[in-house]
Write a protein that binds this ligand. Structure first.
Ligand SMILES: [Cu+2]
Length: 148
């Protein structure tokens, strides 16, 4: 009798496991957002390399920043595309950030920083910029494209 119960339990587990697997496959249309790791190395140059990236809407983004420059601080802030002029002030840039999480704050020379944030749910053109005074006009902006 105990053997039969054990066998029944085992069969039930197998059936449930099979159903679970099928359920996962069925849910692939609404697959969990993907994870993207992006890295920028800051130098004493006023530029971002790469200067354009694209990610799917709602994906999880990890940004690693490594300021290998000796003296100049930089930051990485995600803003909506086309909202900042080259002469935007640091305060205007901070205020334009799409979220607090997508804002590294200043990363001093020799320091590293990491941000984890969710890409915007709305596909479109965004930008990443440096909020340190004078750096945006110096060329520190890049295209961040959010695709469907
Ligand atoms: Cu900068």
């Amino acid at each position: 009798m105990k053997k039969l119960q054990l066998l029944t339990a085992l069969l039930l587990m197998l059936v449930l496991a099979a159903c679970g697997g099928g359920g996962d496959e069925g849910g692939s249309e609404t697959a969990a957002p993907q994870n993207y790791n992006l890295t920028w190395e800051f130098t004493n140059e006023f530029s971002f390399s790469p200067d354009s990236v694209g990610v799917p809407a709602g994906s999880t983004i990890t940004v690693d920043l490594d300021n290998t420059g000796a003296s100049v601080a930089h930051s990485w802030i995600l803003v909506e595309g086309g909202v900042l002029t080259d002469s935007a002030t640091p305060e205007e840039i901070e205020a334009a950030a799409v979220s607090d999480r997508a804002n590294s704050g200043e990363v001093a020379g020799g320091d590293t920083a990491q941000m984890v944030f969710k890409a915007p749910d709305a596909p479109g053109d965004y930008e990443f910029v440096c909020a340190v005074a004078g750096h945006l006009v110096g060329g520190m902006r890049g295209d961040f494209t959010v695709t469907e």
